[in-house]
Structure formats: C-alpha cells, structure tokens
Design a protein around this ligand. Structure first.
Ligand SMILES: Cc1cc2nc3c(=O)[nH]c(=O)nc-3n(C[C@H](O)[C@H](O)[C@H](O)COP(=O)(O)OP(=O)(O)OC[C@H]3O[C@@H](n4cnc5c(N)ncnc54)[C@H](O)[C@@H]3O)c2cc1C
Length: 327
C-alpha cells in the first residue's frame, strides 16, 4: 500500500492547504508503515525553494511534472496527468486539499478508480485492518461522522485549517521529473484565458483570522471599518449572503451553506444574526466572536465570545485599541 499526496499549487506557488495535505498524508503513511510519494503537476515558479519548503511537511519522494500547460489548474488535463502518475496501482490512499480544485480532482479520480472517497477530513484518519476511518463534519457542520472507506483505492481531501501546519522533518527529498502525455483535446475543452489576482489581500479560505460583516452594517459605505480591522489583524474579509446578494460586497466573500465554508482560527462576525445557513459555513472556526446589538441574536448561542453592542461603536474601539497596541 502506498500513500499519495497531491500538492496543489497556485500559479506555481504552494500555499497552506498543500502543506497541511502533505503533513497529514505523512502521518497516514507513518501509521500504515507505507511508502509515500507527493505529486506536483505543473511548472513551479521557484522549483528548488518551493519543493524544499514542501519537504518540511514530509513530502519525501516527489514526482514533478514541469509542464507549463498544466500550471493553471484545469480539471480534465490535471486529472489525466495525475492518473498517469498513479498508474494501475491497486492499493493506495490519495490525499488532496479540500479546495475547489482538490476536491473536484479527487472525486473525478475516485470515480475513475472506483474508489471510496471522503471529502473534508478534519484530522488524521485511522486504520481498522485495511479500512480507513475518516472523521468529517456533517449536517452543515452541526455534527461529526466517522466514515469507513473499504475499497483498496481510497481518496480523502483535507479540510483547510483543521489539521493545521505540522512539520515532519527528517525525510530526504528525492525529486523525479516525470513526463505525462495529455491528449491535446483535453486542453481544448476548457482554457484559462486570464488570471487576475487581488493584490495584497489575504485569501479567505486560507486566512487564520476572518472579519465578516452582515446586514447590520446598513450599507456598503460602512465597510471601511471592517477592512481596517481586518488589515490590523492580518485577516481576510467575508460577508453574509444578503450582503453579497445586494451587491454590497463581492460574491466570493459570501460564506455559509450556499457560499464558502471556512474554518479559520478566529471568526469575527459583525452585525450578522447567525442564521443556520450562515453558521453552516463558519462553525468549523476554532473561535467565534460575535458583535451584535441584539442580545437575542441566535449567533450568541453559537459563539465563544459575544459583545452586545452597536457595531459602529464597538468596531472603532477595537481598531483604536489595536492601533495603540501596535504603536
Ligand atoms: C436556502 C438558503 C440558503 C442560504 N444560504 C446562506 C449562506 O450561505 N450564507 C448566509 O449568510 N445566509 C444564507 N442564507 C440566508 C440566511 O437565512 C439569513 O437570511 C442571512 O444569513 C441573514 O444575514 P444577516 O445576518 O447579515 O442579516 P440579518 O438577518 O438581517 O441580521 C442582521 C443582524 O445585524 C444586527 N444589527 C443590526 N444593526 C446592528 C448594529 N448597528 N450593530 C450590531 N449589530 C447590528 C441585528 O441585530 C441582526 O442580528 C440562506 C437562506 C436560505 C433559505
């Protein structure tokens, strides 16, 4: 049996979900006494430095496809490349990040290999004989389930920020440059024509701190204080669904059942009532702080710290305190 970690990269650079994936895969391999290999598909920007960083988390043997055409993730060619790297092995555990790309890749491969898959593992899966037991959130994060994978080919994706960053030093890195042969037609079906990055912003799914605003903020003109608080904390900004629907904030900031599911270390909810559909996307957070002027707001039943108060008084005081501390 072998453990195969898929280290996703974005525009040639690894990010936290890949390090978490490699670290968790390494622990699974150690528990099983199995060999592990890490797959990297698409050209890296600074290959040596990037792979050395990845190896801190236990990458070990790396199979790297330095193909420029695979640098931006497109599902069909990426899945074909990964399948060619895996080959016709019968017994393996494939571990990928629970990102949009990672989970679409893992589920496609699971179908192709007729393997069982659990998306969104919260910690290191354990073994019972040759079965793998994986813990994940269910019912929009209201409960947990332990799911048994019985097939010999197993697929798991790792929830960002759940397992965390754990270094596994002492594994010699061996990089094998592998080549794959992807039919041109697979590149033709979907093409990346333009990539635009938001400069200087913390990515919402990877952020360890998120400051989020709801309808209680009254209008888009009041988001300055949310952004300022986020900047001071090195946090990303998010919002509730109605806020995105009304166009106060961009849709990619919407968290919840129909938006992004996030699990930061700290989630600060400002002027958000705490509807179950909102909680579904944020209750994987380690700590939740709620600021709401209504002491009966449902969010107070689901938070670690609550401040009953007017956001327009509380948030500026938080900003002032943080500035004084930084000063
Ligand atoms: C199928 C379905 C899917 C959905 N998916 C999502 C989803 O993914 N994400 C999501 O967020 N919602 C989702 N919703 C909507 C959800 O049910 C709620 O309507 C929504 O979350 C409410 O947003 P809100 O808390 O910003 O607004 P409101 O419910 O209007 O709450 C505003 C809060 O701000 C407080 N407030 C007002 N003024 C102040 C002030 N000055 N200072 C401090 N607090 C103040 C109020 O007391 C109130 O609690 C979904 C609904 C459905 C039916």
């Amino acid at each position: 049996m072998k453990v195969i970690a898929y280290a996703e990269h974005w525009d040639g650079e690894f990010k936290k979900p890949s390090y978490e994936t490699v670290g968790l895969a390494r622990e699974v391999a150690q528990a099983a006494g199995a060999e592990m290999e890490t797959l990297v598909v698409g050209a890296l920007k600074d290959k040596d430095a990037a792979l050395a960083e990845l190896n801190k988390y236990g990458a070990g043997k790396v199979r790297y496809v330095a193909d420029e055409r695979l640098q931006h993730f497109v599902l069909l060619p990426q899945a074909e490349a990964v399948a060619q790297l895996i080959g016709e092995v019968d017994d393996f555990i494939f571990v990928a990040p629970h990102t949009i790309n990672g989970r679409s890749l893992a589920s496609r491969l699971a179908a192709r290999y007729e393997g069982g898959m659990v998306p969104g593992a919260l910690n290191v899966p354990t073994f019972e004989g040759s079965d793998l037991l994986v813990r994940k959130g269910v019912f929009s994060g209201k409960g947990f389930a332990v799911i048994r994978i019985r097939s010999s080919r197993k697929f798991v994706t790792v929830s960002p920020n759940a397992y965390g960053l754990r270094e596994h030093p002492g594994h010699d890195m061996a990089v094998e440059e592998a080549s794959v042969s992807i039919p041109e037609a697979l590149f033709e079906k979907v093409k990346v024509v333009d990539v635009r990055k938001t400069a200087g912003k913390v990515s919402l799914t990877e952020a360890s701190i998120v400051v989020s605003g709801g309808r209680g903020l009254k209008g888009p003109e009041n988001w300055g204080m949310i952004e300022e608080l986020a900047d001071l904390l090195g946090a990303a900004t998010a919002c509730s669904k109605p806020v995105a629907d009304m166009g106060w904030r961009p849709h990619h900031e919407h968290v919840g059942q129909t938006g992004l599911a996030i699990s930061p270390d700290l989630y600060i909810a400002v002027g958000i009532s705490g509807a179950i559909q909102h909680l579904a996307g944020v209750n994987g957070s380690k700590y939740i702080v709620v600021i709401n002027k209504d002491p009966e707001a449902p969010f107070f039943q689901n938070c670690d710290y609550g401040i009953v108060g007017d956001a327009f008084e509380v948030v500026p005081r938080m900003i002032e305190t943080l500035k004084n501390r930084k000063g």
